[in-house]
Design a protein around this ligand. Structure first.
Ligand code: NA7
Length: 654
């Protein structure tokens, strides 16, 4: 809440008709939680519980009479608050919160989640993940300390906001002419977020005005730009410069960062600490198909969409059927003469009715005017899209269909999706067979059906599943010799995610380089953020921090940024010149990551994906629940690092 409670309540009841109209369009579960929180009466939870089968609004079948009772009581309660001028109620007890949360999502929420969820929901105005000085910063050499952040996407901007709040001097280097990172670069038709937006946003800068539950790229980019304006970050960002190298300077206990400007000139700057925020979905991956460079027509990657090419009336080939293809294909199919989709392997895609829906006016009104409604909705969506099904992603060793699914729950998911796709394809069993993966659900990112299957039924769309042989100047030729003439090729072939930080050349202490240490596909870091031999270097969205079971990557970013800010605070408050993770801590963590990943869906032998390398080691994606990673990163532990006060001193005893 950005407005104080009493003002908010008075405003909410000012026009009863408007209040009632808004409630009629709002989600019942968060509304019920608001009522319980304001009124303190838990009994309505028992009445509603049998009708709430899950955290998504479309899984809630509360009868209309009960809904109306909840709305009426909420109106009465708000009016009573307004009349009496009462203060906000105390936060519910832990027992009450547990009951409320569990009823709200239709599943038992374990008590261990309470601190995380209170932090994520942040009732009241407190910025729960802000880091504060523990000593008087005016007595510290803060002004002499400099941080360079590489990248002005959601990760780099989060770091910038926190650095600014702490008053630590910093500069952000951004290769593009604008902020936004992947949301700037990806401008293909249909580009949208597939994590619910009221959770996919900074916890400390909520946006109650999303027009869709899963917003389109332009709206997300507008949000990012608004954040930059609000925190006045632009003066700290150097645009159109591509960081090319970073070298640890042992003589100065810091980093020398090299970059190239738009004119190709090279520059460098010194900093005490370096934060990379270059994202994982940053460098497009192109297929290695013979003859691609001989194609005479327009050919471009989804992340480099060429809007000057008019696809109307063209024969378009789209290679790749992942998250980007799923959004781009159905968006262009109605316009093109023919869309030929080249699928190497099918992906699992679920149906989510909210994916296509705009947010109603009433819902937006409640998000803005109803105390705690926005907070409770964030909780609902956190639960809906994250840890709720993490347990079902582990292999049951006794499971009878190990090639198809992992366990009974995972198998039920499989069957549910197969039935859904069968319905969408109108019972076309031959097409169904091409669309159903031969690996378990969640083996790769679970997609949200963007009317993909209906698109495949269109007269002007063909799905090719045989292997491509080569490309000529005007056609794609299959291994069996079939020639498909095409005018345009769209590569929806993803990104070079496992070649992390590439092409940035990072040289650490004693001549270590990231490329030598990691190779092209074996990145490792402690908590995804710190690497031995690279003092004062912190990675955002580094190894094993991608989220595949669900959840918002912004949540992970906020966890990482809090941790890094605590580390920087430690440096400044304790006079540490360098901070470097202990090799044993790093190795032990990675052994735990590997052990955890071993029986999980992503390392299933039937799955080939960018989440892991050729040796079946999970490198990109986190095996942890959001709760686990949150707990591991909540408090920076200097004992896990070697902290050096000055170059000629021995490491500080930890
Ligand atoms: P993805 O999810 O990596 O998808 C890439 C797609 O391209 C996928 O279907 C690949 O097939 C296919 N691909 C890749 N290389 C080839 C070649 N050589 N030939 C044919 N097909 C190929 O990238 P997206 O951009 O869709 O999504 C990336 C993330 O963005 C996504 O996870 C969300 O987090 C947002 P494969 O499945 O490997 O057989």
């Amino acid at each position: 809440m950005t407005t104080d409670f009493k003002t908010m309540v008075r405003a909410a009841v000012r026009d009863e008709a408007q209040l009632r109209a808004a409630l009629a369009e709002s989600d019942i579960a968060p509304m019920l939680m608001v009522l319980v929180q304001l009124g303190g009466d838990l009994s309505l939870l028992d009445e509603a519980a049998p009708h709430i089968q899950g955290p998504w609004s479309f899984l809630q079948t509360v009868p209309e009479a009960l809904k109306q009772k909840i709305r009426d009581r909420l109106v009465d309660t708000l009016q009573a608050y307004a009349r009496s001028g009462r203060d906000a109620p105390p936060r519910p007890s832990t027992e009450a919160l547990l009951r409320m949360m569990s009823v709200g999502v239709g599943q038992p929420v374990p008590a261990e989640y309470i601190p995380l969820l209170l932090e994520e929901m942040h009732f009241g105005d407190e910025d729960t993940r802000a880091v504060h000085w523990q000593r008087d910063p005016t007595a510290l050499p803060v002004e002499d300390f400099k941080v360079i952040v590489i990248g002005a996407g959601l990760g780099g901007l989060c770091a910038a906001i926190r650095l600014k709040q702490l008053g630590i001097p910093f500069e952000v280097l951004e290769k593009n002419a604008d902020v936004g990172g992947t949301w700037l670069e990806n401008a293909y038709p249909g580009c949208a977020v597939d994590t619910p937006n009221h959770f996919y946003s900074y916890s400390f800068h909520v946006n109650n005005r999303w027009t869709r539950h899963f917003s389109r790229r332009d709206e997300i980019l507008a949000y990012i730009r608004e954040v930059v304006r609000f925190y006045d970050l632009a003066p700290h960002i150097r645009f159109n410069v591509e960081a090319t190298s970073a070298e640890f300077d042992a003589a100065r206990d810091g980093w020398r960062v090299g970059w190239r400007d738009a004119q190709g000139r090279t520059h460098s700057a010194q900093c005490n600490a370096l934060i990379t925020a270059v994202g994982q979905l940053n460098r497009p991956a192109f297929p290695k198909i013979p003859g691609l460079d001989t194609f005479k027509g327009p050919a471009f990657h989804t992340a480099e969409w060429d809007a000057s090419v008019d696809l109307k009336g063209k024969r378009v080939a789209m290679i790749g059927t992942g998250a980007s293809g799923m959004q781009a294909g159905p968006s262009i199919a109605p316009d093109v003469a023919h869309l030929r989709v080249f699928q190497r392997s099918p992906h699992w895609a679920v149906n989510n009715p909210n994916y296509h829906l705009p947010v109603t006016k009433g819902h937006i009104w409640s998000l803005e005017h109803l105390p705690y409604y926005s907070n409770w909705l964030r909780f609902q969506l956190f639960w809906a899209s994250s840890d709720g099904f993490h347990a079902s992603l582990h292999v049951d060793p006794a499971w009878k269909h190990p090639e198809q699914s992992l366990n009974e729950t995972n198998h039920r998911m499989r069957e549910m999706i197969v039935e859904y796709v069968r319905g969408e394809l109108g019972g076309d069993e031959a097409l169904l067979a091409k669309c159903i993966p031969n690996y378990p659900p969640y083996g790769k990112r679970m997609l949200r059906d963007n009317h993909w299957y209906r698109m495949l039924k269109r007269d002007n769309v063909t799905l090719e599943t045989d292997p491509i042989s080569h490309v000529t100047e005007n056609a794609i030729v299959m291994k069996d010799g079939t020639v498909h003439p095409v005018d345009v090729i769209v590569y929806a072939t993803g990104f070079q995610a496992s070649r992390m930080l590439w092409p940035l050349e990072i040289t650490g202490r004693d001549g270590h380089t990231i490329r030598d240490d990691w190779g092209d596909d074996d990145p490792r870091a402690y908590l995804g953020m710190s690497v031995p031999h690279y003092p004062n270097l912190f990675l955002l969205y580094g190894p094993n921090t991608n989220l595949a079971h669900g959840g918002s990557i912004i949540f992970h970013t906020e966890c990482q940024v809090r941790y890094i800010m605590q580390a920087l605070r430690g440096m400044l408050e304790n006079g540490w010149r360098t901070l470097e993770v202990r090799p044993d801590v790093h190795d032990d963590y990675n052994a735990r990551v590997d052990a955890k990943a071993r029986d999980m869906v992503w390392t299933h032998p039937g799955v080939k994906s960018w989440y892991k390398n050729d040796r079946n080691r999970l490198t990109v994606t986190s095996p942890w629940r959001l709760l686990d990673y949150w707990a591991m990163t909540r408090t920076f532990d200097a004992g896990e690092f070697v902290a050096v006060h000055a170059r000629d001193e021995a490491p500080a005893a930890q």
